[in-house]
Design a protein around this ligand. Sequence first.
Ligand SMILES: NC(=O)c1ccc[n+]([C@@H]2O[C@H](COP(=O)([O-])OP(=O)(O)OC[C@H]3O[C@@H](n4cnc5c(N)ncnc54)[C@H](O)[C@@H]3O)[C@@H](O)[C@H]2O)c1
Length: 342
Amino acid sequence: MQYCESFDGKPVNYFINEPFHTITSIAKEQQIIYLIDACVFEKHASLFEASPYILIPSGEASKCWATVENIIDQLLVFNANRQTLIVGVGGGVVSDITGFVAAIYMRGIAFGFVPTTLLSMVDAAIGGKNGINFGEQKNLIGTFNLPSFILMDYAFLNSLPIDEFKNGFGEIIKYACLSDIRFFDMLFMHTIEDYQKDIHKIDALIQHCVSTKNKMVMADFKESHVRKLLNFGHTIGHAIEKAHHIPHGQAVGLGILYACKLSETLRKFEPANTLKIKNLLQQYQLPTQITFSNDLIDSMVKHDKKSTDKGIDFILLDTIGKPHIQNIPIDQLKELIAASTL
Ligand SMILES: NC(=O)c1ccc[n+]([C@@H]2O[C@H](COP(=O)([O-])OP(=O)(O)OC[C@H]3O[C@@H](n4cnc5c(N)ncnc54)[C@H](O)[C@@H]3O)[C@@H](O)[C@H]2O)c1
């Protein structure tokens, strides 16, 4: 399926469930340089024989300055210029790095994404936010920078380990909590294996998430109001991800549960709904328990991009499908987290 969406006047072309080689017709005249996750390259090397490529070591640790510098060094070796198209092939780590490098190299060059994890297909590759970590701070440095295209070839999912499928559901369950009780209930009727086996089911799932995110991003590209909702589960999730070195999707699931607990106190969110969300996370084999030290929350939250002088814009739920943004003072947030057990 091919279509185009416009964000702040900039078009992004979507090629969903299209074969990888479609890329040759997308970039007819341009020199392509691929930025590829090393693990994805290992599994799909034959796809990249004809073009220059730069490998990015797999894993969150790559989302840092050293990787960016290394990529720029190699772009220079390939004589990349403003006519070059760089294409990130990998999960959210690669899309974040690619969008960032493309924004700063020669003050901006064209780029595209070929997301290869479920998480990046439903979320990380969508919406034009790209960031790298800085020290302990998650996504502290980054840009709003839209790709010219996003190509999803579901064949990449055939090599995706089951744990990475699970991580994708951390973000998918986030959408279900934010937007639509029918989508939430539909997830209850399926399992990871159903989606792994059935390309039509995974296609419908991915398309639903992409269109949910696109609607919010179109309404608020620079994240000044409605787009903030997409951070549901992420404030505490990011702190957990950094402190416990667990994958993003798992940390978001745990962050969602903390946000539910806070919503019980601050928004009269029904404890029965917290339990429902916990059950859904368990159904998709995501962790629902953690002993989380409050010590780290201070510095994490202080540098969170939703922080203001007063506190932090935290995403709560009134009920499933009805989110609410509430500014919570940092001290109160710490007390509430300390009082919450999952
Ligand atoms: N910018 C955004 O809007 C946004 C949104 C959500 C998440 N993110 C970021 O995305 C990152 C998480 O993304 P992720 O979960 O895709 O992680 P990831 O990019 O680290 O990929 C996860 C693992 O899967 C492997 N992999 C990728 N594709 C594969 C394939 N097809 N076959 C086999 N192995 C494969 C990778 O080598 C890696 O080990 C985090 O850094 C998070 O902050 C960004």
